[in-house]
Design a protein around this ligand. Structure first.
Ligand code: NDP
Length: 443
């Protein structure tokens, strides 16, 4: 690997010495093109003029959306949103928390104020927008969804280029030192650009952790706001906000608020501790999340579906089931990791490991090794149900369910590989006790 002053080389760098993820350099090169095209293809396959259906015809050619692909106004709006949230994060007070020990032994301190930033921005949109004073027309974002999508792709790509280029330079805020990601410094351009060369890029003299900020602030809050924009558009064009739109908005708002209120929990996830900040996360956080996760609300804005009392009850039941598993499993592991003798988890069976930590082998974690993913997916299914219960048979609004199943299956494999490396023979023993990956007795 070429030597760069102040840049800490990653273990196993240079061509061919490491285990590749995402099908290696060729796979990541393909993803760099395919994923932005997928985000742009969704408004073609499903928009106010029509939506791809499986039945009665298996394939219908794309419908040209009634919006331009690019406008200066949309680019300015997307850049302005990013700048506003960034300014609020930097200027508002926030709690401080230390992250886990990094490969070089250091620990970073993070400023946490995602929830207040969310309350302020979402609250302002509610108060000043179409459902409040009416001073701001939220439906503008729905009417400009396609150029906003293009703008988000352009801005996130530019950010990925900037952090990639900066990763070769000394960082003045850390006396020149930069810690590279173990998986993002292979020497293959497309692979490193996708995975992220630098582990935790920091800007503004170290005051801004770019990765943690992008993971939770502009994209997640933007997702909730775009949903609100589609509710405003539905009210304008169809006279009211239907039950399906209300449910989709409420469920996803809850998911976003829950994630932001528990900001500290992200500091131990593989995104923060292991993955570099490259195109995968920059594009994923700023373009993919807000512009594909809003597909259901976008569909309902122009194609409201009658749900009825039974439909509402069915959607609520599925959501409640998913939430019970998701929260139950994540809460059980979280409580156990903090204090295994706590009364809420002391009854659980667990096995000791040479690494020192114990692995739970009963309760939720005895049912499947990633039962939490199952709960998360079931909730995602409940978010799609309001778009199809009336027999619309449209495929695109179910995009989230299909994509999320693939993401969780892939993520489970990644975590499995990481746990195998962490726990060695103990993990093999755990797998014999809990043989199912995600769905008990099925997978
Ligand atoms: P998980 O919460 O699934 O945690 C995995 C880690 O838990 C392992 O690495 C291991 O770490 C520990 N662990 C595994 N098995 C056991 C056990 N039996 N007993 C105790 N500890 C165990 O990690 P994720 O970050 O993948 O997921 C967190 C949540 O985020 C999930 O609910 C997931 O669905 C959600 N998510 C949502 C996404 C979205 O786009 N909506 C994307 C990705 C995740 P160790 O032993 O070192 O503690």
């Amino acid at each position: 690997m070429a030597k760069h002053k102040g840049v800490e080389p990653a273990p196993g760098g240079q061509h061919g010495q490491q285990h590749f993820e995402f099908f290696g350099p060729h796979g990541t090169a393909a993803l760099l093109v395919a994923l932005p095209l997928t985000v742009l293809a969704l408004p073609w396959a499903c928009n106010e003029r029509g939506c791809l259906k499986l039945l009665p015809k298996p394939w219908v050619p794309g419908f040209a959306p009634g919006q331009p692909l690019y406008t200066h106004a949309a680019l300015a709006a997307a850049a302005g949103w990013f700048a506003l949230v960034l300014a609020l994060h930097v200027l508002l007070p926030g709690a401080r928390a230390r992250g886990v020990a990094l490969p070089d032994g250091s620990r970073l301190t993070y400023k946490l104020n995602a929830f207040p930033v969310f309350l302020l921005t979402y609250g302002a949109a509610l108060a000043l927008g179409n459902f409040g004073l009416g001073a701001i027309d939220l439906a503008w974002a729905a009417d400009n969804f396609l150029p906003l999508t293009t703008a988000a792709i352009a801005l996130s790509s530019a950010l990925a280029v900037a952090v990639y280029a900066a990763s070769f330079l000394p960082d003045p805020s850390t006396r020149g030192r930069r810690l590279l990601s173990a998986h993002g410094a292979s020497g293959y351009l497309a692979y490193d650009f996708w995975m992220g060369r630098e582990l935790n890029p920091r800007w503004l003299g170290g005051a801004l952790d770019v990765k943690e900020f992008c993971e939770l602030y502009p994209g997640m809050i933007g997702w909730a706001l775009l949903n609100l924009a589609f509710a405003a558009a539905q009210a304008r064009d169809h006279g009211r906000v239907g039950a399906g739109m209300l449910l989709v908005n409420a469920f996803q708002l809850w998911y976003v608020a829950d994630g932001l209120a528990n900001e500290r929990a992200i500091l131990t996830t593989m995104d923060i501790t292991t993955d570099g900040f490259g195109f995968m996360l920059a594009f994923g956080d700023l373009a993919w999340v807000p512009f594909t996760f809003t597909t259901q609300a976008r569909f309902l804005a122009s194609h409201p579906q009658p749900l009825g009392a039974a439909g509402v009850a069915a959607v609520l039941a599925v959501q409640a089931t998913g939430y019970l598993i998701f929260r139950g499993a994540n809460g059980q592991k979280d409580a156990f990791r903090r204090d295994p003798s706590h009364p809420s988890v002391s009854h659980l069976e667990s096995m000791p490991t040479a690494r020192g930590t114990r692995l739970i082998t009963s309760g939720w974690w005895g049912a499947a090794r990633h039962i939490n993913y199952l709960g998360d997916w079931i909730m995602g299914f409940a978010w799609c149900m309001p778009t199809g219960l009336a027999g619309a048979a449209a495929v695109v609004p179910f995009f989230y369910c299909i994509y999320f199943a693939a993401l969780l299956a892939h993520r489970e494999r990644r975590d499995e590989a990481a746990c195998r490396a962490k726990y060695g023979a103990d993990w093999e023993r755990y797998c014999r006790i809990v043989p199912w990956r995600i769905i008990p007795r099925v997978y």
